[in-house]
Design a protein around this ligand. Structure first.
Ligand code: DGI
Ligand code: FE
Ligand code: FE
Length: 204
């Protein structure tokens, strides 16, 4: 890993989160967890660490400001994002990663853009960041965390299926607007894991 570069990124992120220490701790935990998942799945651990460091870099921005930044920079806003503007911290985070932190790598930028909703057919790096955000050690509220934590290191697609299923249930229960990407991600990973169960069943 290019320690000098990554450390300077970390220091800048720390400064940006100076008024929200717990968000900084979450950020470091996601970067570390993403690097460990990269080790387990043979992905680029430096990219995973960087994407983890930057994934929530727009989290402290108000709803009004998020909408303003998107409008001013031609970043499209979906119906669900208008209804729940906090979702935009993902797209604006990728925009900041590119323009404020000078990240050029498309895979890292996509991992930040899709870290909240996921998307069908995510790259391995996108899958890693999506899961690292959900399972990092400070997280303690979601259902099935122990199962997802162990599955994430074994069967990454199964872990994403469980996370998206549980997130959709949570969103329905609490009456939140569901972004079509969240739903499409669930359907995609449900089909991926069903197909595999079927193959395993017919193998025997
Ligand atoms: O930013 P973090 O809190 O670290 O985590 P995150 O970016 O994954 O955001 C998690 C929240 O986003 C969680 O409360 C579920 C919510 N979320 C995920 N998909 C959707 C959604 N909220 C709405 N309204 N619609 C979605 O489709
Ligand atoms: Fe986030
Ligand atoms: Fe996060």
């Amino acid at each position: 890993m290019n320690n000098e570069y990554v450390n300077s990124l970390r220091k800048n992120v720390k400064k940006a989160f100076k008024d929200d220490k717990s968000r900084y701790h979450h950020t470091i935990a996601v970067a570390n967890t993403a690097a460990c998942l990269a080790f387990a799945h043979g992905a680029d651990s430096e990219k995973a660490f960087i994407a983890g460091l930057l994934h929530d870099c727009a989290k402290c921005i108000s709803d009004e400001e998020l909408i303003h930044i998107c409008t001013a920079n031609n970043i499209p806003i979906s119906e669900a994002e208008y209804a729940s503007p906090y979702l935009l911290h993902a797209k604006v985070g990728a925009f900041y990663a590119q323009n404020k932190y000078m990240v050029e790598d498309e895979d890292i930028l996509n991992a930040i853009t899709y870290h909240t909703t996921g998307r069908p057919q995510m790259s391995l790096l996108e899958e890693i960041v999506f899961l690292a955000d959900y399972i990092e050690p400070y997280r303690n509220k979601a259902n099935n965390l122990n199962t997802v934590r162990s599955e994430a290191f074994k069967d990454i697609k199964e872990a994403i299926y469980i996370v998206t299923r549980d997130t959709l249930n949570y969103l329905k229960r609490t009456g939140k607007t569901i972004d079509s990407l969240t739903y499409d991600t669930y359907k995609f990973y449900e089909a991926e894991t069903c197909d595999r169960d079927f193959l395993i069943a017919t193998d025997n």
